[in-house]
Design a protein around this ligand. Sequence first.
Ligand SMILES: Nc1nc2c(c(=O)[nH]1)N[C@H]1C(S)=C(S)[C@@H](COP(=O)(O)O)O[C@H]1N2
Ligand SMILES: [Mo]
Length: 252
Amino acid sequence: MHSSTPAAPSAGEPDPERGRGTPVGRRVVLGMLGLGAAGVAVGGSVQGTLDNVLASVSAKDPTGVTGLLPGGGGFRFYSVSDSIPHRGETDYRLRVDGLVDRPGSYRLSDLRTLPQTRLVRDVQCVTGWRVPHTAFSGVLLSTLLDAAGIRAGATALRFTCFDGVYTESLTLDQARRPDMLVAHTMNDKPVTAAHGGPVRLYAAPMYFYKSAKWLSGITVTKDVQPGYWEHYGYDVDGWVGRSNGRHDDPTS
Ligand SMILES: Nc1nc2c(c(=O)[nH]1)N[C@H]1C(S)=C(S)[C@@H](COP(=O)(O)O)O[C@H]1N2
Ligand SMILES: [Mo]
């Protein structure tokens, strides 16, 4: 680890996710949910305004105490960008490229057509909060990798997001596990925009920072390229209970 990067957080220490992410006020989120239908009715302009409100209010709430998402059973909202990006049926694409024989671009309908896997596990954030028994379903990463055809010399994946900021990584061996998912449902409903929809990564055995929200790209690479939080000291191999100096029960 580079000496100028802070260590991963532990109990009692300031939480770097709170300084850089944007926990969202509970009342604001409730208001956003209440106005969701109106947002659709006027073609998304209300949603855009609410996203701006969300971003500015959350910037004034560095404590994260109000960052609990309603109905989320204890999930906290995190984004290192200053708004919630939206993509859907018509404009969502997941690109698979890099060291592959067959680069591809998947629409939501394509992802739904592929074999589906449903996992129910606890979710554990490296800052300490845990949400029990959460269902995610979607396409195994291994399915997408087999379809793309991995070239010789590749060892890792780089994940990019349509927030334009966040990145993550996995080794190919990690990615081929049967609990590594490109998820489009959470608790049997479409993944909401706040939770990283329409498609997010779900790396079940790892701390939740590995589960990139607003997933838009999977690039097969020669070497591991550390992700966003890993530049601030989080472990690249983010196994729950075996990394980041923490001792949580495994999630998968
Ligand atoms: N694109 C993106 N993905 C992200 C993050 C982020 O800021 N941006 N935060 C990570 C962290 S630290 C956590 S704990 C989870 C939070 O997911 P949630 O907002 O659905 O609770 O998303 C992870 N994936
Ligand atoms: Mo996190």
